[in-house]
Design a protein around this ligand. Structure first.
Ligand code: DHB
Ligand code: FE
Length: 280
């Protein structure tokens, strides 16, 4: 039986990827952030998953305003880093798990989550930066990767509750898969940030810390937050946080917090990292 063993929530700020790629993690600006990541990096070396489902949003790399699927599951056997305008990041391509991904597609769609299926999809910083945050610079990523893209770019994104319920359906699907696999699920994006308009640069540390706390203290309460509250409190791009609720929904109710870290600033963003361990 496959099992969801851990949930990882992390920001996916592109400049964090650039700091790693360009050897700047010990620079005074970045050192406090990477010092905070170290415990999680050590932990995952001891708790390596076989597969990681990485929930993230594409930032007009694989999709654009011409095509805006709400939920997209990558079923390919390989995903290349996307060219986001300055050449693809020099990180390994992700090896997919088409068999598990098709099982997820079947289970989720028959469970009434109408997933878009991607046979070909380049992965942008939303997916590759969280992998670099956790695994640093290996020659190959240490596990298979199933990318799951969520539209949080064009209004209307899915609700927090819909995301949480999708997570629950992912858990059910994984548990019904008859191979012994340890599955990690990443929820990425956020935390508070706004990259546009009059409030560009907004960060709300209190909101972010409460969100980190409530992932274990009151996850169902988090699912009731309306979009407008994310916009008002966490900025226009803070809405990326609904993707963490897919991760949370995929874990058991009694999942426990193993590590939590928060740091400002990372580029324009409040950067959070949380590791949750399942209760099964
Ligand atoms: C930044 C953060 C993001 O989540 C993103 O997708 C792009 C940029 C930033 O903080 O600069
Ligand atoms: Fe983003």
């Amino acid at each position: 039986m496959a099992k969801i063993v851990t949930g990882i929530g992390t920001s996916h700020v592109p400049a964090i990827g650039a700091a790693i790629d360009n050897g700047k993690t010990q620079d005074p600006y970045w050192k406090p952030l990477f010092d905070g990541y170290q415990w999680a990096r050590d932990w995952i070396q001891e708790h390596k998953p076989d597969v990681a489902i990485v929930v993230y949003n594409d930032h007009a790399s694989a999709f654009g305003l011409n095509l805006i699927p709400t939920f997209t599951l990558g079923v390919a056997d390989r995903f290349e880093p996307a060219d986001e305008g300055y050449g693809p990041r020099q990180v390994p391509a992700a090896e997919g798990d088409p068999e598990l991904a098709w099982h997820l597609a079947e289970s989720l769609i028959l469970d009434e989550f109408d997933m878009t299926i991607a046979n070909e999809m380049d992965i942008d910083h939303g997916c590759t930066v969280p992998l670099s945050i956790m695994f640093d610079q290996p020659s190959e990523w240490p596990c298979k990767i199933i990318p799951l893209c969520v539209n949080v770019i064009q209004y209307p994104p899915p609700t927090g509750k819909r995301c949480f319920d999708l997570g629950r359906a992912i858990r059910k699907a994984v548990e019904a898969y008859d191979k012994d696999l340890k599955v990690a699920i990443f929820g990425t994006g956020g935390m508070s940030h706004q990259l546009q308009g009059e409030r560009a640069g907004l960060v709300n540390e209190d909101f972010d810390k409460a969100f980190l706390r409530d992932l274990t203290a009151d996850p169902v309460g988090l699912t009731k937050k309306p979009h407008v509250e994310y916009m008002r409190e966490a900025g226009s791009e803070g809405i990326e946080l609904v993707m963490w609720l897919i991760m949370r929904g995929a874990l058991g109710e009694q999942a426990k917090e193993t590590y939590s870290f928060y740091h400002v600033p990372a580029s324009n963003t409040g950067a959070g990292l949380i590791i949750l361990e399942d209760d099964n």
